[in-house]
Design a binder for this molecule. Structure first.
Ligand SMILES: [Zn+2]
Length: 355
């Protein structure tokens, strides 16, 4: 081949490259997870996870939809509301196959007001609330930012923070980012974030107003050059749902501690009263994780490892009501799901749990 022809071919190739919107050389847009790829293995995994998911009540919220279809990808072809819904419907399918009871805020492209989503979740009596979204950067011209993140309500040191939300966020974050082959954001060690980072002191409305354990998943950035190529792929949406499904199942597999107030355990000596709580027999509690608060002030306690009880001495003055906040985690790091306990002191001095 003469030199002139070689130059022409090179020029032609360069022009072609310049004209192509996106060039991907033999790089698959995604990998099918090994426990999902073959139908039989998938079925086996679902049946294995059904041990932890049977009868769990889970509320899934597909973000946006109906009148709210503004969030779009760079090429305009990917609409966030639609991707959220596809992920939710696939996730519902996996969870139901594993025996869970699933509630939805929407099952089609329809408007559901933000406040109404939490109202629906609270009415459903679900144990978990999971809101599914896709993200966009603050600068519209940023086509490169792309990561997976999961949000929980409030900062860890805030009194209103419920550690169980972060537990669930960690499990979903790990398995979702793994199946999507996406990193977590650099603003956090494990890819989970407080919603106060986005809206200081308020957080996301759906996380603040929902009474059950709740997280908000930002699966990826629909604005990213890579994500916009795969988010409209139905198989990829199934894989996304699979990552979240695996995260939820593994969260339950790690066990959740449970505690109950021992009504007859109350001891009275003048103003000093001791109340007692007992963990479930199978709970393997990490004693270093325990913290007790009495009316928002840190309070002392005694943990009896053999009996699995916590005794809390209280100096009660004239109050008729008081609140205990209790934090405790099992050896896998999963925390109690009920943290706040409200008590009433009767006229005869007896302490009753009211909430
Ligand atoms: Zn969104």
């Amino acid at each position: 081949m003469c030199k002139r022809n070689k130059i022409l071919i090179l020029l032609f190739t360069l022009i072609q490259i310049g004209c192509t919107k996106t060039i991907i050389y033999n790089v698959p847009l995604y990998d099918a997870p090994i426990d999902w790829k073959e139908y039989e293995t998938r079925k086996k995994t679902i049946s294995e996870f059904s041990k932890y998911l049977t009868d769990k009540k889970i509320f899934l919220d597909a973000g946006h939809g109906g009148e709210d279809r503004r969030n779009k990808s760079r090429n305009g072809e990917v609409i966030e509301a639609d991707v959220n819904l596809r992920v939710v419907l696939n996730l519902k399918n996996y969870l139901e196959q594993a025996g869970a009871k699933v509630f939805l805020s929407r099952d089609k492209d329809t408007t559901v007001q933000l406040g109404y989503r939490s109202e629906l979740a609270n009415k459903s009596g679900a144990d978990l609330f999971i809101s599914i979204h896709h993200n966009a950067p603050s600068k519209v011209e940023d086509y490169y930012t792309n990561y997976t993140s999961v949000y929980y309500h409030a900062f860890e040191n805030d009194y209103e923070h419920e550690p169980c939300n972060k537990d669930l966020a960690r499990y979903i974050q790990r398995d979702l980012s793994y199946v999507m082959n996406n990193p977590g954001g650099l603003g956090s060690f494990d890819g989970t974030y407080s919603d106060y980072i986005i809206y200081p002191k308020e957080g996301f409305s759906v996380l603040r107003k929902t009474k059950s354990q709740a997280v908000l998943v930002e699966c990826a950035f629909h604005t990213s050059r890579l994500e916009e190529l795969r988010l409209n792929n139905e198989e990829f949406n199934q894989i996304q749902a699979w990552g979240i499904f695996r995260g939820i199942a593994k969260y339950f597999r790690a066990g959740i501690p449970n505690i109950k107030f021992l009504e007859d355990s109350t001891n009275y000596t003048d103003s000093l009263k001791t109340i007692k709580f007992k963990f479930d027999d199978q709970d393997n509690i990490n004693n270093r994780s325990i913290q007790v608060f009495y009316n928002k002030e840190e309070n002392e306690f005694y943990f009896n490892r053999t009996e699995k009880t916590i005794s809390i001495p209280l100096i009660i003055k004239n109050e008729k009501y008081f609140e205990i906040k209790m934090i405790a985690a099992n050896s896998n790091g999963n925390h109690l799901r009920k943290t706040f306990y409200k008590f009433k002191i009767d006229s005869d001095g007896k302490i009753k749990l009211i909430e």
